[in-house]
Design a protein around this ligand. Sequence first.
Ligand code: TXA
Ligand code: MG
Length: 313
Amino acid sequence: MRNIYKNSKYNLNKAKKILIKNKIIAVPTETVYGLAGNAYSNKSVKKIYNLKKRPKNNPLIIHYYNLNMLKKDAFLDYNFLKLYKKFSPGPLTFILRKKEKSKISRFANANLNTIAVRFPNNKVIRSLLKKLNFPLAVPSANISTGVSPTEPSDVIDEFKNKIKFILDGGKSRIGLESTVVNLCGQINILRPGSINNAEITKVVGKKVFNIVKLKKIISPGLLKRHYSPGIPIKLNVKRSDDKAAFIVFGKRYKMKKNMFNLSPKNNLNEAAKNLYKILRKIKKLKYKKINVVKIPNKKIGIAINDRLRKAAY
Ligand code: TXA
Ligand code: MG
C-alpha cells in the first residue's frame, strides 16, 4: 500500500533522512503506532501537535534507544534505574525531572520541568533509534481524542495522505498504550497499561498510587474523553438490542452479526490487542451505538476498562 514501507536497511536510512529534515513519519511500537519527530527540534514537535490537533498543554513521550542519550536530558534516580532494569525496553513510560541544559524542545514537554521517557520494545523502531543522534517525540498516531492505531493501515485511516512515510512493523503486539509512572515525588501511575501497579510496587518496594481523580491535570492523558471512536458507548451491559454494536468477552456467547468478541478464549491480553481494532471496525460499519459487557478488572483488564471509560465519556 502507498506510503507504507517495509523494514529494511534502505528504508530505515530513508526514515532517518526524513527525520533529519524535521519532517514527521509514523513508526511501529509494541503498544500502538506513533507519529515520530526529532524531539530536539521545535519545528518537528510543532508539526506533530498540528497534525494531531493536539492541545499544546498535553506533553509528548520522548523515545530513546538506551540510557546514553537520556543522561543529558533527565535526572536518573534510583527507582528509575531499578524499573528500567526490570522493564525496559518495554511498555513503561517514566516521568522524570528534566535537566536544565537538556536539548528537548520545550514544546514537547509543554514547558514542564519534567519529561516523559520510554524505551519501546519493537525491533523496527529500535533499529531506527539506534541510527539517530537525537531522541524521538512519539505520541500515538491518531487525531487527538481518537482511537490509537495498531497497524499501518490505521495510520492512513487517521491521516490519509498527510503522513507520507509509515514504517511497517506489523500489528502492535500489545495494542494498548504504555503504562505511565510518575517518579517525581510520590510514585504514582498516571495511565494504566500492561505493566500493572503490583509489578511496579514489587520493584520499588513501596506503595504506588493509582491516580484516578485529580483536581489539577498532571497528565492530560487523563483528560476525561479520550480513545473515543466518536460513537456513544455504554459499559457493563448484559444484553444488547440488535441495532447497537455489542462488544463481548469470553466463551459463553452465541455470536450474532452485531456482536464483536474481544477474546473468545477469555484472554485479557488478547482482548487488549483487539480492542482498538474492534472499535475502528464498528465505526466503519456505521453503528450509532456501542454496548460493552463487563470486562474483568484485573491485570491488563484495568487498562482496558480505563480506555473504555474514557471512550464512553
Ligand atoms: O505506548 C505509548 O506510550 C504510545 C507509543 C506510541 O509509544 N505513545 C503514547 O503517547 O501513548 P500519547 O502522546 O498518546 O500519550 C502520552 C501520555 C499522555 O497521557 C501525556 O499527558 C503523558 O503521556 N505525559 C507526557 N509527558 C508528561 C509529563 N511530563 N508529565 C505527565 N504526563 C506526561
Ligand atoms: Mg494518545
